[in-house]
Every structure is written in structure tokens, then in C-alpha cells.
Design a protein around this ligand. Structure first.
Ligand SMILES: Nc1ncnc2c1ncn2[C@@H]1O[C@H](COP(=O)(O)OP(=O)(O)OP(=O)(O)O)[C@@H](O)[C@H]1O
Length: 604
């Protein structure tokens, strides 16, 4: 069975063509985010080349100084020595200026690129449909927005210019060695063989351990994020020991992976150093004999030793940067994959224009829906809900009530058929228009960080304070809001921690009232409230629903009996459709449900 929501990033065994596409996509993204700073980038490259040329020239200046200025100096002519000293100092100062400017530039480039990328990812995650977010967990989104972006930042901050300068440094030094003395060049070529083999081993071993380390680190972040998103459930079920064990296992795995990578590094670095020192010793021996034999000057030998010393150390750095580069590439692949996800629910290119505001006349025409291919969650539904009608959806858990609601709000698109609002298919409405005409209030009644007024104003960002107060007054939330420490200006703790469940619902009713949609969908909270709050919420609900079409996933008997019409949903079918009194009289499922409800009320 193929899920209809397929996350690109979850594909593991990519074909060659797919892997090429992923690479192309990542490079295109990189080019795109660097495009606005391309002149800075060009300047940074010039600075890196210049600073490396100067760095390579310095040992040569020393050798020239020793070879050519000692004799004139002994003869009392300090001119050549002074010129050489000035040249050396000048090269040093210029190189320092180049490095300083380059660091500033590189950080500027990386910060601008990251700002752009962060913004794009956030905007894109908002555009993606509910279906995507239900599959791609919040932990993964967090991981994309934190550790992956951080890896890319690290690479752009320092990795890229270090990589370029190290590579250039090695090339320039090798060229200088060859130019100064071919014998040293040959010795270097021989020494490079074991270094090359060692580095090949290191690259393979370290990239394996590095990748394992990144997977383990992503798992820790994801566990952490998921645990705290679900902290209520964790606490409610006393699941702390279990969650702690899972987290400890993830942390232990990470520790073990880091230790593996430390071992690989621990072996590589000293071996490389030993090879480097042997090479320096070889240069000293060959050079020493050449100096004794008169075929080399002392200054040249000194420069050769400095170059020889320099050529190996960066190889280690290069391997380090290679890892950094690899993880930046893999992070970029993931990020570009995330950005390449297409919203399943797409805004029409040419949205339908209404001449008059929608009244709330809903028509379901042969609607079918499947979350997963081949498993219908809703079977062929054709019905009309006239403007202003209050429809209550009832049925067992998993029957398909939320599915109907989510289709009307266009969280998903129907698989077959259509849903239209005042004669226009909801797929033809712009996102802004649809959100104005259809509002869904979920059970969770999510409150954002910010004040009570901010939370209500989400319904209509242009609303004045007076309108916000009026909305609260209409749904019966005004009194309790005014009793909060700063009234409407009270800052709600995250997830509305400081207001009760009923109060949270009232705030979300005020928000929906302010939005003033033609169709209101409400997933009634199942949490039982105390009797005064229940009555308050019920009255709030009645005012909220008055004058508009409503679809309520009903859990309270009072809501059901007050509705104009009931749909009893069972296994994706609407099995009963009628007014509450008709259905009770009819003596079917609904009648039995009401009977059971009344019985339980009588008992309690
Ligand atoms: N995102 C999803 N992916 C796959 N299947 C889903 C998804 N959401 C719901 N389903 C399945 O679709 C069917 C209908 O679910 P739906 O949420 O509409 O039921 P419901 O009547 O609203 O139940 P409840 O009262 O428990 O909320 C169920 O079998 C459910 O498992």
C-alpha cells in the first residue's frame, strides 16, 4: 500500500538519476541563496588567493634575505637587508588585512544566506498542507530548522573559506617546494604515497562515523522535541521513566558514536604527524648534504624546511573540512528536499471571484476520500447543507467525522467529487478567501504566546480593540478576561497554561466570532467542564453559531439536540440524516445513542 502523502526525504535507495536530481536541487538552492551576495563572495575568493600567495611568499623572502643580504650587511651595506625586512613585514601586514577582511566578509555572506534560508523554510512549512505535517513530525521540522541549518551555517561561516585557503595553501607550498629544489619535490612526491593511503582510510572511516554521529544527534533532538510537545501525555500517563530510558538510550548511542569518531581521529592525526616529521627530517638530511656540497644555500634550506613543515598539517585540516563539507552537503540535501515538498493542497492560480459574499450554502457532490491509497475514509457523500443550517456530526471514534470537517476546511482535497460553497468549488477559492469564509475551531483551542487580545485578534488582524472586546462580550468571555491580572493585555503562558480548558474555548470562540465566517466548523472539546462553565460555553457556542452554517463534531447531548440536522457517521458512510426529533422517532442508531446518553446522565 502506497501512502498518498509521500515525503521525498524518506526515500533511501535513490537511483543514479534521483541522486543527480537531489544534487542539482541542492546546488541550485545554494546558488540561489548566495546570488544576492555573489560580489561579496567573489571578493572573498580574491582575498583568500591573495592571502595564500603572501603566506607562501614569506619563507621565500626569508630565504632570499639569508642568501643575498648577509654579505652586503657584513660589508656595511644595510640597504638590501632593510628592503627584505620591509618586504617581509609588508607581506605579513597585508596578509593579516586580507584574512581579517575575509573573515568579516565570510560571516556577512553566511549570515545573509542563512537568514534567507531560515525565512524560506519557515514560510514553506506554513504553506505545506496539514497532511504533510501529520506525516512529517514536528521533531523533524525542528531538526531541519535547527541542526541542519546550523551545519550549513558552520560550513559557510568558516568551513568554506578554510577549505579554500587550506587547499590553495597546499598547492602553493608544493609548487614552491618544487621550484626551489626539485630533489625536495621528489621526496615530497614519495612521502605523499603513504599520506594519500592513510587519508583515504581516514576519509572512509571518518565519514562513516561522522554520519552515524549525525543520525544519532538528530535522534536526540527529535526525541527531545517530541517529548516536550507531548509533555502533557507524558505526565498524564506517568511515562517519565519510559521517556527517560528512551532519551538515555539515544544519548548513550550518541556518546558511543562520538567515541568511535574520536578513535579514528586519534589514530590519523599522530600517524600523519609522524609522516610529516619524517619528511622534514628527510628534507634536512638531503638539504644538509646539498648545503655541505655547496649546491644549496642555507637560506634555501631554511625555506624548504618551513615549506616541508607546512605541507602536512593542512592535510589533516583538509580531512576535517571534508567531513564538514559532507555533512553540510547532506544537510543541504535535506533542507532542499524540505523546500521541494509541494503542498498537496494548492492554491488555484486563478481563484474564482465572488460578486456577493458567501452565505454558507454547502454542497457535497459524490465526495470520496482516501488518506492512504485503497483505503477509503469517506464513501461517496452527496448532500446539501443550506446556508444557516446547524449540522451536528455524531458517530463512533474513527468513523470519519473529522475527515468530513477537514475536507470542508480544505485541509485535504477530496479524492473524487467536489465540495462547493455557494456554487464555487472550494478548490477554486484563494487561500485568503477560503479562510475568510470557512473557519475551523479545533478541540485543542490552541492559544499562542502573546496577550489575550492578540489571540482573539488572530480571527481578524485588522480588528480594533473595541471589536475584540465586543467579540469577547458576545461569546461570554468578557467577564473572565477582565478578571485576569491585566485584562485583555494579560500575557498567556505557552499553550494557555494559565487559563482553564473552558476559558480557552471561550477565547477561541471569540477569535472565530471575530473572523465572522459563513461556515463554521467546530470540533467540540470532549473535556468535561464544570456545570457553570459548561453553560457558559454552551451559550457562547450558540451565539457563535447563530446566523451561519455550522458543522459541529458533537460530543455533548445539548449540542446535538439543539442542531437542525444530524449526520450519523459510521465507517466512512453517513448512515442517518435528519432532524434530531425525526431521528429519535425513527428509532435507529441516533435514537439508541440519545437513549444511552440520557441513561448515563441519569446515573451521574
Ligand atoms: N492523517 C491520517 N492518515 C491516515 N489515516 C487517517 C488519518 N486521519 C484519520 N485517518 C483514518 O481515517 C478514519 C476516519 O478518521 P476521523 O479522524 O475522520 O474519525 P472521527 O470520526 O473524527 O474520529 P474521532 O471522533 O475519534 O475524532 C479512521 O480510520 C482514521 O484511522
Amino acid at each position: 500500500m502506497k501512502p498518498s502523502i509521500e515525503i521525498q526525504e524518506d526515500k533511501v535507495n535513490l537511483s543514479k538519476e534521483e541522486a543527480r536530481q537531489v544534487r542539482r536541487r541542492s546546488v541550485a538552492l545554494l546558488a540561489d541563496i548566495l546570488a544576492p551576495v555573489r560580489l561579496h563572495l567573489l571578493f572573498a575568493v580574491v582575498l583568500v588567493v591573495l592571502s595564500m600567495v603572501l603566506k607562501t611568499a614569506m619563507p621565500w623572502i626569508i630565504s632570499e634575505a639569508l642568501n643575498t643580504t648577509i654579505n652586503p650587511l657584513m660589508a656595511g651595506d644595510a640597504g638590501p637587508a632593510t628592503r627584505m625586512v620591509l618586504l617581509y613585514a609588508g607581506a605579513g601586514v597585508l596578509s593579516a588585512i586580507c584574512i581579517y577582511t575575509n573573515i568579516l566578509l565570510t560571516y556577512k555572506i553566511s549570515q545573509s544566506a542563512l537568514y534567507d534560508l531560515r525565512q524560506r523554510m519557515f514560510d514553506h512549512s506554513q504553506k505545506l498542507s496539514v497532511g504533510f505535517h501529520e506525516t512529517y513530525t514536528s521533531g523533524r521540522v525542528t531538526s531541519r530548522l535547527t541542526s541542519d541549518l546550523d551545519t550549513i551555517r558552520q560550513f559557510l561561516d568558516s568551513g568554506l573559506s578554510e577549505l579554500a585557503s587550506t587547499l590553495l595553501g597546499i598547492i602553493f607550498t608544493v609548487v614552491a617546494l618544487f621550484l626551489m629544489d626539485w630533489r625536495a619535490g621528489v621526496a615530497l612526491a614519495i612521502a605523499f604515497v603513504p599520506v594519500w593511503l592513510l587519508t583515504l582510510w581516514f576519509r572512509r572511516a571518518s565519514s562513516l562515523t561522522y554520519r552515524a554521529q549525525r543520525v544519532a544527534s538528530a535522534r536526540i533532538i527529535s526525541r527531545f522535541a517530541e517529548t516536550f510537545t507531548g509533555i502533557r501525555a507524558v505526565k498524564a500517563f506517568r511515562a517519565e521513566p519510559q521517556v527517560r530510558r528512551d532519551y538515555a538510550a539515544a544519548a548513550e548511542d550518541y556518546r558511543a558514536r562520538v567515541m568511535e569518531s574520536v578513535k579514528v581521529h586519534g589514530l590519523y592525526m599522530p600517524t600523519l604527524q609522524a609522516l610529516g616529521n619524517t619528511f622534514v627530517a628527510a628534507v634536512l638530511v638531503i638539504g644538509g648534504y646539498a648545503v655541505l656540497g655547496g649546491s644549496m644555500q642555507v637560506g634555501t634550506l631554511l625555506a624548504l624546511v618551513i615549506y616541508a613543515n607546512r605541507v602536512f598539517e593542512p592535510i589533516f585540516m583538509l580531512s576535517e573540512f571534508y567531513n564538514m563539507f559532507q555533512s553540510a552537503v547532506s544537510a543541504l540535501e535535506k533542507v532542499s528536499g524540505f523546500l521541494a515538498e509541494k503542498p498537496q493542497v494548492r492554491e488555484p492560480e486563478h481563484p474564482a471571484q465572488r460578486l456577493t459574499p458567501a452565505q454558507g450554502d454547502l454542497v457535497f457532490d459524490g465526495v470520496e476520500f482516501e488518506y492512504l491509497d485503497g483505503t477509503p475514509a469517506l464513501h461517496r457523500l452527496s448532500a446539501q447543507v443550506p446556508a444557516g443550517q446547524h449540522l451536528a456530526l455524531v458517530g463512533a471514534t474513527g468513523a470519519g467525522k473529522s475527515t468530513i470537517a477537514k475536507l470542508v476546511a480544505r485541509f485535504y482535497d477530496v479524492t473524487t467529487g467536489s465540495i462547493s460553497l455557494d456554487g464555487v468549488d472550494v478548490r477554486q477559492l484563494s487561500d485568503a478567501q477560503l479562510r475568510r469564509e470557512v473557519v475551523m475551531v479545533t478541540q485543542e483551542a490552541y492559544l499562542f504566546e502573546g496577550t489575550v487580545a492578540d489571540n482573539i485578534r488572530l480571527g481578524d488582524p485588522t480588528a480594533t480593540d473595541e471589536q475584540v472586546h465586543e467579540a469577547a462580550r458576545t461569546v461570554g468571555a468578557y467577564d473572565f478576561i477582565m478578571s485576569l491580572p491585566q485584562g485583555f493585555a494579560t500575557d498567556l503562558a505557552k499553550r494557555g497554561g494559565r487559563v482553564s480548558a473552558g476559558q480557552r474555548q471561550l477565547i477561541s470562540f471569540a477569535r472565530a466570532f471575530l473572523a465572522d465566517p459563513a461556515v463554521l466548523i467546530l470540533d467540540e472539546a470532549t473535556a468535561s467542564l464544570d456545570i457553570p462553565t459548561e453553560q457558559l460555553v454552551q451559550r457562547g457556542l450558540e451565539t457563535l453559531l447563530a446566523g451561519r452554517t455550522s458543522l459541529v463534531i458533537a460530543h455533548r447531548l445539548s449540542t446535538v439536540l439543539n442542531a437542525d440536522r444530524i449526520w450519523v457517521v459510521d465507517a466512512g458512510h453517513v448512515v442517518e440524516d435528519g432532524s434530531p426529533s425525526d431521528l429519535v422517532a425513527h428509532g435507529g442508531r441516533f435514537a439508541r445513542m440519545v437513549g444511552a446518553w440520557e441513561e448515563s446522565n441519569a446515573v451521574s
